[in-house]
Design a protein. Structure first.
Length: 245
């Protein structure tokens, strides 16, 4: 991504409703496994928002190591999370085999320059047997818009495609669900029917009442996922998968 997008992410990811939703859903999907301790890798950590929350909300999952291709993002992530961060590509992780109990890949595989097959293979290699991979990806290629261009997001996926990729990489016990379901009509309206004139990404703080309402919607969806139920469609698709023990 451009440096300006990383700056925006750094500034809003601790309060914007979308980041609140994706981070809460990551924890919800992980809660459905028997994994609660051990080293974790945030592969494509951006500016460190998820790393920071994991340190506060799931302290038994430690250490949390960050990795990002962009050195500016890595410096921001180090400052925000206080956790170790390295500059490298997810296509060739600089870690030994079986180094981590959990690997997170949040909106990374869709990016230009990322080879999804290689990146998933590397995540599989670095996981302990029985370890878990948590991925989040933008949904539906027909939903591509200016936002995708601004954040260098070149692919969008269906739930079926995500499951197929994970199986091909050797993962098992896959649970995948769409999310951002209740706000999906607004997303389609904004992106495909009345797109904004400004050629900017969707990374932005909304007025306080809007943020409060959208966060409430995210809480409802998060509760649904924590109950073990999946959502039928949405703006993103999230999955958790296990490496054979």
């Amino acid at each position: 991504m451009d440096e300006a997008e990383y700056v925006k992410m750094y500034e809003v990811e601790d309060r914007m409703w979308w980041y609140y939703g994706v981070h809460a859903n990551v924890l919800a999907m992980l809660a459905g496994t028997d994994i609660c301790t051990g080293a974790a890798l945030d592969a494509g950590c951006g500016t460190g928002g998820l790393m920071s929350k994991l340190g506060r909300l799931l302290p038994s999952l430690a250490p949390v190591v960050g990795l990002d291709f962009d050195s500016t993002a890595a410096r921001m992530a180090l400052g925000k999370s206080g956790q170790p961060v390295c500059v490298a590509t997810v296509n060739a992780l600089p870690f030994r085999d079986h180094a981590f109990r959990v690997v997170f890949s949040i909106d990374v595989l869709a990016h230009d320059g990322v080879d999804a097959t290689r990146a998933l293979g590397e995540a599989h290699r670095c996981l302990l047997p029985g370890g878990a991979l948590v991925v989040n990806l933008p949904a539906y290629d027909w939903l591509r818009a200016v936002h995708d261009e601004r954040v260098h997001q070149h692919r969008r996926y269906t739930r079926r495609q995500v499951i197929a990729m994970l199986r091909a990489a050797g993962f098992a016990r896959i649970r995948a669900s769409y999310w951002n379901t209740l706000l999906f009509p607004l997303m389609v309206f904004r992106r495909k029917i009345f797109p904004p004139r400004r050629q900017e990404s969707d990374v932005s703080s909304y007025p306080v009442p809007v943020e409060a309402l959208f966060r409430l919607v995210m809480k409802v969806e998060n509760l649904w996922l924590r109950l073990g139920l999946d959502l039928p469609f949405g703006g993103s698709v999230m999955a958790v998968a296990t490496k054979h023990g």
